[in-house]
Design a protein around this ligand. Structure first.
Ligand code: NIG
Ligand code: FE
Length: 417
């Protein structure tokens, strides 16, 4: 494969710096290179700098490369989506209408819809059907500049289907250009057949499903929906601690609908990230900052549920590293658009355009332990690059609701454009 040389970018956002979650003012440091260039060989970034610097490096050695002229374009790392529920069966547009007529998300779930309805459709789907449906979503992620996603199980709620969802993601990780980082979320809901027997289901998760997931190395993370009416903080702690013993890193859907001690629990168990946090307490936010828990904020979900967004601005000011994500799922956020999520992070959570970009790249990579491979344009990382049809980074957030993606490369191979 010939090297790829993208040159003359109006702005190349390198995000160079430590491979660690960026906090406070670090979330504004984009490492912008004007007239920027990046050189990729065998899928890996070999050099980044001004076009002049790279010309001096490579032209004198007369190495032949495929050249892309990025004059007038913004170039960034591929976006990272650190929280999705992308491998599921069916869809739930009727619930969208029910909610517009006044039903709440929890009303629908408690009546056997919501997560339960997707669970039924996912149990019925074959592995091949799930692969086909999920491929379409992954294609759409790529079209929106996303080159790495996290993906959760949690629409099986039984051994067989949880493993099926995780195997679907494993297969797609090999079949599709996007990197998929898998999370086990058997504790996404108490399945209907265990209604009133919550502890018995938790026993199944802890004693049967988690050990199989770990033995088959099907997940890196273990996530729990800690919410009133779903799993209590004590139950969530038990599930997360059981995962830790098996080597799975904790994540928590926390304080989404009610303030329930989820942020505090994330700090207590040393979760890599806590998700949603719409109703997180001030004390919980402080504890997350102290323990270095990343806040993974999902402003498209808040909008879609017509809720007030999380306190993103206050979290950054309190020293929490913030990442953002689509939460792509069939109920509360059926979108694959990280550019829209960046817009909403600015509009509804008062992140600056620079902070939104950091939250969607290097901080998102840190939230899924991929920071050594993706999330910035630096020597040694994967050649995951987006060339946008805008020339400065602020335009990405300012010209909102529009897909500005021009060309996308995954590991140096053009996959969009
Ligand atoms: O993150 N809140 C829990 N889980 C998902 C929604 C899942 C669904 O409604 O299917 C979320 O929003
Ligand atoms: Fe979620």
């Amino acid at each position: 494969m010939r090297p790829l040389w993208i040159k003359h970018a109006a702005q190349l956002v390198s995000l160079s710096g430590e491979n660690a979650p960026r906090r406070r003012e670090e979330m504004s440091e984009l490492g912008i290179i004007e007239d920027g260039s990046v050189w990729i060989e065998d899928g890996i970034i070999v050099a980044v700098g001004t076009t002049n610097e790279l010309e001096n490096l490579f032209e004198t050695r007369s190495i032949e490369a495929d050249i892309v002229d990025a004059t007038g374009h913004l170039v960034t790392p591929g976006l990272v989506d650190p929280h999705t529920h992308l491998a599921y069966g069916g869809s739930r547009e009727h619930e969208f209408e029910m909610r517009l007529e006044g039903a709440t998300y929890m009303d629908i779930m408690n009546a056997g819809g919501g997560i339960h309805s997707t669970t039924r459709m996912t149990r019925e789907a074959t592995e091949d059907e799930l692969v086909a449906q999920t491929t379409l979503r992954l294609d759409s992620f790529l079209q929106h500049g996303v080159t790495t996603v996290e993906g959760k199980s949690g629409y099986g709620l039984d051994l067989e289907t949880e493993l099926k969802q995780l195997r679907v993601m494993k297969r797609l990780n090999e079949l599709h250009p996007i990197d998929i980082v898998p999370t086990f979320m058997g504790a996404h809901a108490v399945p209907q057949e265990y209604k009133g027997k919550e502890e018995a289901y938790i026993d199944v998760v802890v004693n049967e499903i988690l050990p199989r997931v770990a033995a088959e190395k099907l997940a890196i993370f273990n996530d729990v929906f800690c919410e009133k009416g779903v799993f209590t903080p004590d139950q969530s702690e038990r599930i997360l601690e059981a995962g830790k013993i098996l080597g799975l890193v904790p994540k928590i859907h926390a304080d989404e609908i009610e303030s329930y001690g989820g942020a505090e629990l994330a700090a207590k168990v040393g979760a890599i990230s806590a998700e949603h946090l719409l109703k997180a307490s001030d004390d919980g936010i402080k504890q997350m900052a102290e323990r270095g828990v990343i806040a993974c904020l999902l402003p498209a979900t808040a909008l879609y549920l017509r809720e007030e967004a999380a306190q993103g601005r206050q979290m950054i000011d309190a020293g929490v590293a913030v990442a953002i994500s689509t939460d792509c799922n069939p109920g509360s956020s059926p979108t694959t658009s990280m550019p829209l999520v960046m817009n909403l992070a600015c509009i509804s959570m008062r992140l600056t355009p620079a902070e939104a970009l950091v939250a969607a790249t290097i901080n998102a990579a840190c939230a899924i332990q991929m920071e050594d491979c993706v999330g910035s344009l630096e020597v040694g990382k994967q050649g995951d690059v987006v060339m946008w049809n805008v020339s400065i980074y602020q335009e990405l957030q300012y010209l909102f609701g529009v897909n500005h993606v021009g060309t996308v490369w995954k590991k140096g191979i053009q996959v969009v454009g």
